[in-house]
Design a protein around this ligand. Structure first.
Ligand code: PHE
Length: 350
């Protein structure tokens, strides 16, 4: 045998061995056949190694090590596959009743609740404008929920808040996120720009648009020289970030004890494009936020000088916004935990 014959058959063997894939040998018997083919007593590689001795010394020196290293590689592949197969066999159905070689069943991937996603989206829209996150307790004192917001006892505005009071304790479940305004102004020196999302509670009869537990998000800015125009610009950008750049807002005079002047802010109805539909009661507008300029009395109550500081605040219902954005007809859907509903928000709201 001359060198070129030897080389040709070495290359062929080498190519065949390297092309072998573990999956081609599903059983130990199959694996043994592969071993015999290459490394058996008269296997391809065994023959090649034997035939080396017919080559000139020079060529033997050059090709001998290559043939040896191919042998080592094949042995290693075979050994690894043998261990895998033996291991699988040990654990296979016959011995343990569990076939660990079967692929695992797909596990359900968790996802965010649509309200959680909506809150993050809203928070992000404001943090991008420089707001920082502030939070307050859901169980609140009368002072923070009402008094500090210029709603003293007997004030008629209290009637609008159907409040849950704790039994035997001077505490209540907050009826809005506005107490976080008072808490933050008391604890942190202005200038302030905060966003406070959270759960609020009202003794409302539950129906398609009312829930006794719902989410609000509060915004508060306190600085020198803040005006109503700043509020308008902020809310326009905020609503356009959330609902699209074609969104229009309008302000209607309103009343809140903690802001003066106060406004109800409407957004053009996305469901009918402003032409009028049952959702917007044919008006083309949907009420979305309460807002206004911080009442000087509130500054006094939290210990800030209204001659120095000015500000604006707004509060928005999270469900209301999500319902409009995703055309959800009933608020109760958020709280029933029906997976058929929740699964629709996989990638849509994130
Ligand atoms: N707290 C008010 C409500 O729950 C909303 C609001 C917040 C109004 C901030 C003005 C300023 O209705």
């Amino acid at each position: 045998m001359n060198t070129s014959d030897w080389l040709r058959s070495f290359e062929a063997t080498s190519a065949a061995a390297l092309a072998w894939a573990p999956a081609e040998t599903p059983t130990l018997d199959d694996l043994e056949k592969v071993r015999l083919r290459f490394l058996g007593r008269s296997g391809e590689l065994t023959e090649l190694l034997k035939n080396l001795k017919h080559l000139p010394l020079e060529d033997r020196r050059q090709f001998g090590p290559r043939a040896q290293s191919l042998k080592a590689r094949i042995s290693e592949f075979l050994e690894r596959r043998r261990l895998d197969l033996e291991c699988a066999q040990d654990l296979s159905t016959e011995r343990s009743g569990v076939d660990v070689t079967l692929p695992a069943p797909p596990s359900g991937r968790g996802r965010l609740h649509p309200l959680t996603s909506m809150v993050s989206e809203m928070t992000e829209a404001l943090t991008l404008m420089g707001y920082t996150l502030a939070e307050g307790p859901q169980v609140e004192t009368d002072w923070y929920n009402f008094e500090a917001l210029n709603i003293p006892a007997q004030h008629p505005a209290r009637d609008a808040h159907d409040t849950f009071y704790l039994k035997d304790l001077p505490l209540l479940l907050r009826t809005h996120t506005s107490p976080v305004q008072a808490r933050t102004m008391k604890s942190t020196a202005p200038p302030l720009k905060i966003v406070c999302p959270g759960r609020v509670f009202r003794r409302d009869a539950v129906d398609a648009s009312h829930s006794a537990v719902f989410y609000q998000m509060e915004g508060l800015v306190v600085d020198r020289g803040v005006t109503f125009a700043d509020l308008k610009g902020t809310l326009e950008v905020f609503m356009q970030t959330l609902l699209g750049s074609a969104t229009r807002i309008r302000f209607r005079p309103s009343y809140f004890p903690f802001t003066e002047p106060s406004a109800q802010v409407d957004v053009n109805c996305l469901l009918c494009g402003g032409r009028g539909c049952p959702a917007c009661k044919q008006s083309g507008w949907i009420e979305m936020l309460g807002a206004g300029v911080v009442n000087p009395n509130v500054f006094r109550l939290v210990g800030l000088d209204p001659a120095t500081w000015s500000g604006f605040a707004f509060g928005i219902g999270v469900e209301r916004l999500a319902m409009m954005k995703y055309r959800i007809p009933d608020i109760r859907l958020f709280y029933e935990n029906d997976l058929r509903f929740l699964r629709q928000f996989d990638e849509d709201i994130v």
